[in-house]
Design a protein around this ligand. Structure first.
Ligand SMILES: [Zn+2]
Length: 225
């Protein structure tokens, strides 16, 4: 299972709405979901949607660790590995628009502060087909909006408007790390080192990007020239 990016030979799956999934899920779909969960853990990310691994099914997985929460001002809850099927969201009446850093495994050359609703109501089903209605706030709401957007063929490049701080991930990473306190810098560094450890030696582009990010984090001053 590999991540599809906008530079992959067939990126269309990222840019089209997914198909609704019917229950009960097939053995093949359950196997697919467990592979997605394993990949998300390996990538040390917070969310992964089916189109990002080349499938047009309305499924995503997400998980927010205590470490990932410490990198966010508006994170309020540790989320264990969760699978949602046929998900949709809408902002609550009291939601505000908040701009914050986001990155996407499928968009490797552009990132920025993406506007998202501070609070959403979402609907989905569990893999068993049980309907869920939930309210999410802060960083969890951001993650859900990012992933549910993937299910509609919407990427961060479509959400970043002219007024957003945005650019190449190298430059944005430098800006983002400057906003971190020393404890957050340490966590970010550890997460990167974990990701490098879990990346296969033949993933040259991915490894080069991660090592570059680590260099920026370790020695931001050298980036000034
Ligand atoms: Zn994404």
């Amino acid at each position: 299972m590999d991540v599809v990016t906008l530079h992959s030979p067939n990126p269309d799956v990222l840019l089209n709405p997914t198909i609704e999934v019917s229950f009960p899920l097939s053995q093949q779909t359950l196997q697919f979901i467990s592979e997605m969960q394993a990949l998300l853990l390996k990538l040390k990310g917070v969310g992964l949607a089916a189109p990002q691994v080349g499938s047009p099914q309305n499924i995503f997985v997400y998980s927010i660790s205590a470490e990932q929460n410490r990198l966010r001002k508006d994170a309020n809850r540790v989320v264990p590995m969760t699978v949602l099927v046929n998900a949709s969201y809408s902002p609550t009446i009291d939601a505000k628009l908040v701009y914050d850093w986001e990155a996407c495994f499928s968009v490797t050359d552009h990132t920025g502060k993406v506007p998202r609703y501070s609070k959403i109501r979402y609907q989905a089903a569990t893999p068993e087909g049980t309907p869920i209605i939930g309210i999410a706030e802060g960083f969890e709401a951001r993650v859900l909006q990012h992933e549910i957007d993937h299910l509609q063929g919407i990427l961060i490049i479509h959400r970043l408007t002219k007024d957003c701080l945005q650019g190449h991930p190298d430059d944005m990473l430098l800006l983002r790390y400057q906003e971190f306190d020393p404890a957050q810098k340490l966590i970010a560094k550890e997460l990167l080192i974990e990701r490098i450890k879990n990346t296969a030696a033949d993933q040259h582009t991915e490894l080069a990007m991660l090592n570059k990010a680590l260099k920026i984090l370790t020695d931001p001053v050298t980036r000034k020239t």
